[in-house]
Ligand binder design. Structure first.
Ligand code: GLN
Length: 190
């Protein structure tokens, strides 16, 4: 059984854990760096990136996640998770000054799709199939650098990207029960 961590400081933790269980993996809630040891992959859920970064800073958790990525661990980040993984963040706001994970060669704009009232569900295209997902105070992917590639688009804007074993999406797939990115994450494990 694959042991898949779910960063569990704040946000849509239980939804990802249920989805991983349904795919036959064992979800492991991660709040401290030592809980990353021996995981096969990690999910960084959506939520509030500044809240996650503030809590993670107390135990230096996000640099430890970066270490796992650099060592080859597959990671899936959604929404706030994408913001934490992005190498560059525009309008970082309350996130400013906190350690993030970084390394993903994209520029994102926090709350680029607008505030809570601008949240919406939409069909996004991944390969040739569309999937119905939720955008909640979602970041806009403003630029995709040469090290990353676009996985999914909406209104011809990139909304999901991949760089080596890192998958990241501006939307929440788990809220509408879409498990394609979780399946991709599991397929990236050696
Ligand atoms: N706007 C949030 C942030 O900056 C992200 C929203 C989400 O994850 N649904 O963290």
């Amino acid at each position: 059984t694959r042991r898949i961590g779910v960063l569990a400081l704040q946000g849509a933790v239980s939804e990802h854990a249920s989805m991983l269980s349904a795919l036959g993996a064992e979800p492991v809630l991660v709040r401290r760096p030592e809980q990353l040891d021996g995981l096969d992959a990690l999910v960084v859920p959506g939520g509030e990136s500044s809240a996650v970064a503030r809590m993670a800073a107390r135990v230096d958790l996000l640099p430890a996640v970066r270490g796992c990525i650099d060592a080859g661990m597959p990671v899936l980040g959604t929404c706030a998770g994408l913001i934490l993984l992005a190498e560059r963040v525009v309008d970082a706001g309350a996130l400013d000054g906190f350690d993030r994970i970084g390394g993903l060669d994209v520029t994102v704009r926090r709350n680029g799709y607008g505030g809570q009232l601008a949240s919406f569900e939409a069909d996004v295209e991944l390969d040739t199939a569309s999937m119905h997902v939720a955008f909640i105070r979602a970041p806009i992917i403003e630029h995709v650098g040469a090290d990353a590639r676009v996985l999914a688009t909406h209104d011809s804007r990139p909304v999901a990207v991949q760089q080596a074993r890192v998958l990241a999406a501006a939307f929440h797939p788990e809220i509408t029960g879409v498990d394609r990115l979780h399946r991709m994450l599991l397929s990236l494990i050696d």
